[in-house]
Design a protein around this ligand. Structure first.
Ligand code: MTE
Length: 400
């Protein structure tokens, strides 16, 4: 029995930790087959503790506050938020900083559990632009950070973290407080009834079950802000990091923007490919995402470990929306311009002659973003095992 056993969960999800807390990802091929928008059933889940239980009849009265260095502290209910503020819908990809950690754990055990490459999902989030709320509260001089706190009580206090205030005030960054996902109320695992959504940054900043925004002069001093979501120097071992808070309190090692990443979904790692038959080509395909709203500008494949590269075709969300129309995608209107789906992942594919695949032993993929941030060849190992983004490799098993 788990404290969360009141929640129905999709049997296809792969459970990554013990009975509790609940952390899951979908099989990579299932995630890919969902397309640009991930259904709530297969959306990855990263919980640090038990899911706060909120009865439907109590949702309109869910209270949250904006306090700290503000001229006008605000206490609002979800009802107020819906009635008094403009609602927006944005397509946003969330990614756990631990996505692809399994590859790091194989090299050397990190402190984190083994995410495959499906710790990423995309949804249409509906809610209020964070900057609109903050402007009402009027941050005082010296205010520099927005600290957020959830309702999940954990061994080291409530889950919390912070982002910079000037980011939160910038409407182009799309930060929001969301209550709906793909047109329906947030599911309990994803923050029902209210969560922050911080596009382009690691999922750990998007605080679920949101109760408090505290405007401060310094970054959050929450335990989870300090001891989670950091990439310490690769020289710091688990033992050294455990005994030395100096590594943790250094805000330089906190991670915000996602790193450029791409993954092959088809073929699967070690999949046995049938390369005989009438088809001249095999279609290799997968996903890619950039950090900080930077668009992916190229995805490249190599069959000879990086000596030569081939350019893949990229399928952007905006092209797909244009084909299908936003209504079909979400049952409602989208507020972001198509070109602003830069906070979403994209899909890529490349047809490779089967005769050439038959000769290859593995396929590597790498992506580059508009600032020419390209995935590195080598892994950067760190004690928490985060932001793993070297060239993604699948090996090909030959039939017979
Ligand atoms: N917010 C709260 N209150 N508690 C949490 O455990 N986990 C964070 C973030 N927000 C967390 C949280 C992490 S590490 C990630 S990656 C995302 O939520 C995951 O969001 P999801 O479960 O909706 O995919």
């Amino acid at each position: 029995k788990t404290p969360d056993n009141w929640l129905p969960r999709d049997p296809r999800l792969i459970r990554l930790t013990g009975v509790h807390p609940f952390n899951t990802e979908a099989p990579l091929s299932d995630l890919y087959n969902e397309g640009f928008l991930t259904s709530p059933e297969l959306f990855y889940v990263r919980n640090h503790g038990a899911v706060p239980q909120v009865r439907d009849e109590d949702i309109p009265d869910w209270e949250f506050s904006i306090e700290g260095l503000v001229e006008h502290p605000i206490k609002l209910t979800l009802r107020d938020l819906l009635e008094q503020y403009e609602q927006k819908t944005y397509p946003i990809t969330l990614v756990c900083a631990g996505n692809r950690r399994k590859e790091q754990n194989v090299v050397r055990k990190t402190k984190g559990f083994s995410w495959g490459a499906a710790g990423v999902s995309t949804a249409l989030f509906t809610g209020v632009v964070l900057g609109d709320l903050l402007k009402k509260a009027k941050p005082k001089r010296g205010a520099r950070y927005v600290c957020m706190e959830g309702a999940d009580k954990l061994p080291n206090g409530y889950y919390g973290t912070s982002v910079k205030l000037n980011w939160a005030l910038d409407p182009n960054r799309g930060m929001m407080l969301a209550h709906r996902m793909n047109g329906e109320m947030l599911r309990p695992d994803h923050g029902k009834p209210l969560r922050a959504v911080i596009p382009g940054q690691i999922g750990g900043r998007s605080v679920k079950w949101l109760k408090k925004l505290i405007i401060t002069a310094e970054p959050s001093d929450n335990w989870y802000h300090i001891y989670d979501n950091r990439v310490l120097p690769t020289t710091v071992s688990p033992e050294e990091s455990a005994n030395n808070p100096k590594w943790w309190i250094d805000e330089r090692y906190a991670i915000y923007d996602l790193s450029t990443n791409s993954v092959t979904a088809y073929p699967a790692h070690e999949e046995q490919l049938c390369l005989v038959g009438p088809q001249p080509n095999y279609r290799v395909k997968g996903y890619a995402y950039g950090g900080g709203g930077r668009r992916i500008t190229r995805v490249e494949i190599t069959l000879d470990k990086g000596k030569t590269w081939r350019l893949a075709t990229i399928d952007y969300a905006e092209d797909r929306y244009r084909e299908q129309g936003p209504r079909q995608m979400c049952g409602g209107e989208l507020d972001m311009e198509w070109r602003e789906s830069r906070f979403c992942w994209c899909f890529w594919n490349l047809d490779i002659p089967v005769s050439e695949l038959a000769e290859a032993s593995d396929i590597f993929v790498r992506a580059m973003d508009e600032s020419m941030n390209v995935q590195p060849r080598d892994m950067y190992w760190s004690v928490l095992g985060m932001m793993n983004n070297p060239w993604f490799r699948v090996t090909i098993a030959k039939e017979g």
